[in-house]
Ligand binder design. Sequence first.
Ligand SMILES: N[C@@H](CCC(=O)N[C@@H](CS)C(=O)NCC(=O)O)C(=O)O
Ligand code: FES
Length: 155
Amino acid sequence: MFSRTALSAVAGQALRPRRNPLLSPRFAVLQKSFLSTETRQAIDKAVASAPVVLFMKGTPETPQCGFSRASIQILGLQGVDPTKFTAFNVLEDEELRAGIKEYSEWPTIPQLYVDKEFIGGTDILMSMHQDGSLAKLLEEKDILIPAESDSSSSS
Ligand SMILES: N[C@@H](CCC(=O)N[C@@H](CS)C(=O)NCC(=O)O)C(=O)O
Ligand code: FES
C-alpha cells in the first residue's frame, strides 16, 4: 500500500517538468532507420524523374482524396506543362507511402517537389497559388505550358 507520504512524493514528481523520452535524439535515430537505403534511392530517383513531381493518393485523372485532387487542380490552374510533370500513387505502394513521409520529413500526402526540392502539401500549394509565389517559381523554372503566339497580329 502507498503511504500518504509516498503518494505526495509521486504527485510532486508528476508536477516536475520532465523531458518526453520519446522525443530524445536516440528515438529520432531509431525512427530514421525505417527508411531503407533501397527505398531512399528509389525516392531519390522518383523525385528526379520530372521537374514537377507529386506524390499523391490516386492518379491525376482519378484522385482518391480531396487533398490530392485540390493539388492537381492548382497545378492545372497554374498551367504546368504535362510533359514536365509526373505523379506517383502512394496507394499502390505502402513502402513509398511511409518512405516519402520520412524522406521529406513531412507527415502527410500529397507532397510536391519542384526541381528535386520539397515544396509542401496542399495548404502550402494553396497559399503559394494565392500569393503568386507558385506562379513565380514555376515561371522561373520554365515549367509552364508555353504561351500561344498572338495569331491576331499575323493577319
Ligand atoms: N493539410 C494537409 C492535408 C493532407 C492530409 O492531411 N493528408 C492526410 C490524409 S489524405 C494524410 O496523408 N494522412 C496520412 C496517410 O494517409 O498516409 C496538406 O496541407 O497537405
Ligand atoms: S484519404 Fe481521407 S482525407 Fe485523404
